[in-house]
Write a protein that binds this ligand. Sequence first.
Ligand SMILES: NC(=O)c1ccc[n+]([C@@H]2O[C@H](COP(=O)([O-])OP(=O)(O)OC[C@H]3O[C@@H](n4cnc5c(N)ncnc54)[C@H](O)[C@@H]3O)[C@@H](O)[C@H]2O)c1
Length: 383
Amino acid sequence: MPPSPAPPSRPVRVALPGGRGYDVHFRPLADVPALLAGAGLAPGLGLVVTDASVGPLSLDRARGPLRAAGWRPEATAVPAGEASKSLHQLAALYDWALGLGLDRATPLLALGGGVVGDLAGFAAATLLRGLPLVHLPTSVIAQVDSAVGGKTGINHAAGKNLVGAFHQPRLVLADPATLATLPERDFRSGLAEVVKHALLEGEAAVARLEADLERVLAREPAALAGTIRRAAAFKAAVVAEDEREAGRRAVLNLGHTFAHAIEQAEGYGRLTHGEAVALGLRAALHLSASVRAGRVWTEPALPERFVRADRLAARLPLPHALTAPTEALLAAMGTDKKRAGTRLRFVVLDALGRPRVTPDVPPGAVEAAWTHARTVAGLTAPS
Ligand SMILES: NC(=O)c1ccc[n+]([C@@H]2O[C@H](COP(=O)([O-])OP(=O)(O)OC[C@H]3O[C@@H](n4cnc5c(N)ncnc54)[C@H](O)[C@@H]3O)[C@@H](O)[C@H]2O)c1
């Protein structure tokens, strides 16, 4: 029997003050003209930015209906991959967009994964001091995370995401069908953020994901759609509470202090962001055990309260081997002398659904978390 189609799901509201709230819709890309109209955007020139992999697969599914509704869509594609989050590609987008005779009412539609969303989102934030932005996310990471919350930006030689702006979209349209063509490695990598959201949300979310993960990994439509919606809804709720990361939103960085160091020390591109996050989550759980114990956790097994979280993260079939030496990972974290005087802040869990941010970790606990990550990386079952 063919898999049953995913049931239609209600939009998720990102409730922001000052009339800036918006909806995340889970509908076919063909619905984009109706949703633009609903968001008060009248037909005219529309800028569509995609990448070279997503464009051939999905562009016409949005462009045809836009034309039929009276829009004049102009499209461009950047090369696929993290390297496109660059000043060079941003400048190319500026040249392209400004050559089309846009005005402040011209929407920019970002069709693709997190790279396109971050790059095109930053172009939208800065062109004419701000164009209406519409996210059309096509990867798991983009649908549950990057298209929700308004962070846009590009990379700099000094580090990832160092140049950017908060620019909230007018709407997000996440078509569940686009995920069917996502390469397996990117699909699984994106699930690391889904696991992270569940650990932060609490026991009920973890129980649900534990029950659904097998079907999600098989991309069973109903299970996948429900999981994506719940993870996006969690992000939306956190963003609504703390739009600019003055407090609560920082918990979304669970595992990310480790993950960013892994990406940097291993060399960008060797592991995907999601693979680094999956491993970073396991390091963060070990650190949580040390913080809770008030000493470096040396027992081979994690304390009972973290075992369930660790098991869930371990179920992601990702190639995890960590090859960079611990000194390189610590240096990449900023614990080297360049950062003397500043204290790193870590997101730790007190329990499922109870994250907190702390600079106070027992001496040696971060090193021990890296050792743990290295050990479990070796043990993770290959796909
Ligand atoms: N702004 C935020 O809040 C935020 C949050 C999380 C991650 N991010 C950023 O997101 C990026 C990672 O996102 P990503 O994993 O989506 O990366 P990505 O955009 O590079 O997409 C991964 C790969 O999948 C391809 N792809 C995307 N959708 C596809 C589809 N439907 N079919 C076939 N191929 C498809 C892309 O072309 C690319 O090769 C990083 O740059 C990260 O910093 C931003």
